[in-house]
Design a protein around this ligand. Sequence first.
Ligand code: GLY
Ligand code: MN
Ligand code: MN
Length: 442
Amino acid sequence: MHTLFAHHIETLRARFDRSLAETGFDALLLGSGTAPRRFLDDTQYPFRAHPPFVQWLPYLTEQPGSWLLLRPGQVPLLYLYCPDDFWHQTPEVPSSDWTALFEIECFADAGALKALCAGLGHTAVIAAAQPDFARDDWAHNPRDLMARLDFERALKTDWELHCLRRANRVAAQGHIAAEQLFHVGASEYRIHQGYLAAIDHNERDLPYDNIVALNRHAAVLHYQFQQREAPAERHTLLIDAGATHHGYAADITRTHAADRESAFAGLIAALDSAQKFLLHSVVPGASFVELHQQMHAALAQLLRDSGLVNASVEAQLEQGITRTFFPHGLGHLLGLQVHDVGGWQQDAAGSLREPPAEHPFLRLTRTLQPGFVITIEPGLYFIPSLLDRLRQSPAGETVNWTQVEALMPFGGIRIEDNIAVTAEGCENLTRDAFAAAGRADF
Ligand code: GLY
Ligand code: MN
Ligand code: MN
């Protein structure tokens, strides 16, 4: 593992040195972040380290107030904040095989960092806020430098791929536990607790808030609550839940039907097949916008085959019918952030390609390259407000409303895998993780 990590740091040093040279900076400070206080209170929101800092220091995800100094050609220097504070556990100087790749200095008072200011040339700071010790001429989050770094963050190193594989292995255990709890009638809250226990995470370890949606709640794309009471009738579980490994995220969704013989279970199986078929087109050089459009065509075929919509694929696409049932994007870049940076960026200079106007929520418009890790997450939902609009439009005539109404209590379906683009095609981190856990059926 140390070799993988050493190569990762070597790659980052080369990338950052090049980007600093191209943008004319002598030094870059990456902040680990701060833990903000709650309003009128002395407790803090959970600390989330800044992703650019974690990319270099994935073993230090819990240390607010620290700074990493990068200067071309020099060993990265970590200023680790070790305050004199008997209320909290303060960090000790880390000592492990990875620390040989850094110089590490502890400081107790931000005043100690003032000494830096005189010694550094043209300096950039990447952090949520410019630190108090910054000199007036330091650049805060300079666009040209960040564009270069964000663009290259899509290309995962072997260490990053390793972490993403591991995060998927962990999350798979949670999904298996969640499905079992669903089938014995657990509430959303109990399913969430069972998920956490199975993956040995607490809430602050999660890359995003779990979406644990029973029945109609599965139609709410980012459903944010967890009911303590189990509903009287059990139809569907949609669970969108991840895990982290050294700061790298898994982002997995599975949908389960209580009755495995129901029409809804048939729709889950059909969407699952369509998602797997689309993965044959996830290859280097593929346009993600075209993959998204290809998925809409596959969904139109599915809606026609299932009798939900009586219109040709072409007519459905032309009239935007599939967007009622699948209103979000096909996927996004994944890494240190669930929705990783640079999804619309077309080059290192920062030119953007926005998604087509009719697909505004598509988060990725880049051409796929080996080293990208993305999600592929088609959905098929019965969302009341969108269905109302469709019903009132001329295209509403083509919809079998009796069938739609019968399916509304089931909420919806999303199937989301994490995919690494390789030189030959792609590697499915999620299905590989389920297979390794003995559940190739997931
Ligand atoms: N879990 C959020 C997403 O799938 O994008
Ligand atoms: Mn996702
Ligand atoms: Mn998700």
